[in-house]
Design a protein around this ligand. Structure first.
Ligand code: MRU
Length: 351
């Protein structure tokens, strides 16, 4: 298969020989380095430290983290994974895929609690693998669904990295971009650099250039000027948590883009699997927003760029109200306003 046909060559998370293997996303694009994990403590730390990031990828990693914890107890008469669940649940707060995956693993444990430790480990592994494989499948479905909305000859803008790197593979927002590009509907992708971790500049640019999809990098501040020019038809982003009313938490800066898009008549698309919806949260304002260290803003790659001790604020996510969103693409279908009713009709049966 050629790269053009495949267009999905990156795997950020892998599991092999009782080891979790993570592509160290902190080092990209300068180094493609893979770290091997056998201890759940290190896996939780890797999530906190951004070795692996992106809502679905965090969920998949956490599921494999539970498998590692179980394997480390294979000689015990009974599994006790409470500590492992606690550690992983504290690793990052906003992406609900993490809690969704942990809950799936917990359910498997409860269902099989009378079986042997070896059988339970097998069931946990099968579940983690299914979470991973289903994520890739869902991304491919969402790619096709989202591409239906894009007209030939479009330019699009994306934020952060919602690509193969952020998921099991193929990507959510970048999955739609991959599918639409394959269908020759997209001429140009703009990627916002995404301060402070530069997921757009380091990761999205790397991922798209690898697959020969034309990408042009933009600073966050240039977005208004770009949208005013009128060639960009869609802003396409991923999500970390979607409330029952369709409000979307995603990488800080997403809300700014949605406001700009509304002002300039540019359409706004969110692409996220059903594991990103949190129907227990009614509105976006109740979604927990991660506050990351100030040093991520005051320093660039370890070098201080501000006056010493300059205070900084570093919310990692923001909430885009549903009224600024034209479409939410999920593997079960395309959601449009009125979001509360349509989300509940589409997802309630499966939650
Ligand atoms: O802090 P990050 O890099 O984990 O944030 C990632 C995002 O905000 C993504 O847009 C989101 O998780 C969707 S990834 C398919």
């Amino acid at each position: 298969m050629t790269l053009m046909a495949n267009m999905d060559s990156v795997r950020a998370v892998q599991f092999s020989n009782e080891q979790l293997i993570l592509l160290d996303q902190r080092l990209l694009p300068n180094e493609e380095s893979y770290l091997h994990y056998t201890h759940v403590e290190d896996v939780a730390q890797a999530i906190t430290d951004m070795v692996v990031r992106g809502a679905p990828a965090i969920g998949i990693t956490a599921a494999y983290g539970i498998v590692l914890a179980a394997i480390s107890q294979k000689d015990q008469s009974k599994l006790n994974l409470n500590h492992a669940f606690d550690l992983l649940a504290k690793s990052r707060p906003t992406a609900v895929n993490l809690f969704w995956a942990l809950q799936k693993m917990q359910e498997v444990l409860s269902t099989h609690n009378t079986q042997s430790v070896a059988e339970q480990i097998e069931k946990l592994f099968e579940t983690a693998l299914a979470i991973h494989q289903d994520d890739i499948k869902n991304n491919q479905i969402m790619g096709q669904l989202g591409a239906e909305l894009i007209e030939a000859g479009s330019q699009v803008y994306t934020h952060c990295n919602a690509g193969a790197l952020a998921t099991g593979g193929y990507g959510t927002a970048l999955g739609v971009i991959r599918a639409a590009f394959t269908q020759q509907k997209i001429d140009q992708v703009y990627a916002g650099e995404t301060r402070p971790w530069l997921q757009g500049a380091r990761l999205t640019a790397w991922e798209l250039m690898r697959d020969n999809i034309p990408v042009t990098l933009s600073t966050e501040g240039a977005a208004g000027q770009l949208l005013r020019q009128g060639d960009i038809k869609w802003i396409i982003v991923g999500a970390d948590r979607i409330a029952a009313n369709g409000d979307v938490a995603n990488k800080i800066g997403t809300y700014n883009l949605a406001v700009l898009a509304k002002h300039h008549g540019v359409k706004f698309m969110v692409v996220a699997p059903s594991s990103t919806f949190d129907l227990s949260i009614h509105q976006g304002k109740d979604i927990p927003i991660e506050a990351r260290p100030m040093s991520e803003v005051t320093h660039i790659q370890g070098h201080e760029i501000t006056p010493e001790k300059c205070p900084a604020i570093n919310p990692s996510f923001d909430v885009t109200p549903n009224e600024l969103i034209d479409a939410i693409i999920c593997e079960q279908g395309i959601l449009t306003a009125p979001f509360s009713d349509n989300i509940s009709a589409l997802l309630n049966h499966s939650h």
